[in-house]
Design a protein around this ligand. Sequence first.
Ligand SMILES: [Zn+2]
Length: 358
Amino acid sequence: MEMSQLDWDSLDILNLPCFKVSGRVIRNGKPLSPTELKKQFGMPFRIAASALVNIPNIVRNDKRVRAEIRENPFIPETTFSFDPSPEAFTTTDGAGTIQINAGIYFALDGMPHTITWLDSLTHKDTLKIGELMDLEIPQEIMDEVDAIMKVWYSIHRTGWIDTSKLNLGEDLFLLQQMLTFVTFHEIGHWYQTVYLPGEWEKLIRITKNYLISWLKEDSHLDTDKAMRRQIRLLLKDPEVFEHWAHEIQADMMAFHACLNAFGGGWSPELKQTTYIAQATTLSVLQMQEVFYAYVLKQPLSALTHPPSYIRESIFCHIRAKEMKISIKDFHLKEWRIGFIHRLVMERILKLYGLSLKD
Ligand SMILES: [Zn+2]
């Protein structure tokens, strides 16, 4: 039987009434309507949307969720947006709604050399950390970073994302995994709206204890002394501490949800999919931090969201504790692929930042 266009449209998960697609996007000089956006660029969102469609099933069996929600579970209202703001967000007053701001992740399309080069490094059998620190960064990679900053600057200036040259062919899989990671992070925040009183606080208390142990164990803060002092001072503010605990909690929930969703809970090879998606997401966020600090010269505030390298450092600390292994073993044996990716990417961005300072 042949299917009409109408039938195909009704099969599209993004057409469910709980989902909206929005964004100021132009292609070949013409603004795209939400329907056109969905048709042309909906692909990276569909995997994330299926994660959201699963929520009623998960919630129904979770004893930490309030009885009235478990009896009538629902998919949270979600907007998939092309907004290039660095943060996605979830409202947690009343019925939680989710907005996934995906604009910045499309930068992946402008990083083919960087992605291939990082991939070749992470798959080498032996690679010493010293070698990574001395590795010469190819010029084409610095050029890619520079081109992305210019695209972001034009979006910042005009308020429009131009997708005329966007071609997501090879990077689609990675982009889908990254947006799923971001979506699971937001779902992590959303859980706060459906948990029984006390259950969410219980989780947050555990995360706060991890934050405290991370602060105590100096060696895990691989930052310079001045930076350490600054972070300690920042976290003395109870509001900042609370915000950071929620962000880290959402990160940990996203990590575990991705591990399950990508099959890494049972396969060491598939586990790498989560590590790559997570490391690449952190790197794009760090590129945004560089963009705000060095291009716009308005550094992003750390009052509500920890900077990406801090998120990475706390994640590694917690995960090593959960796995009962040393941080060194976690970096070099377990997270290895993520560790190499982040180490090299941090060097690239540091060099790029320095080049702009001159
Ligand atoms: Zn968050």
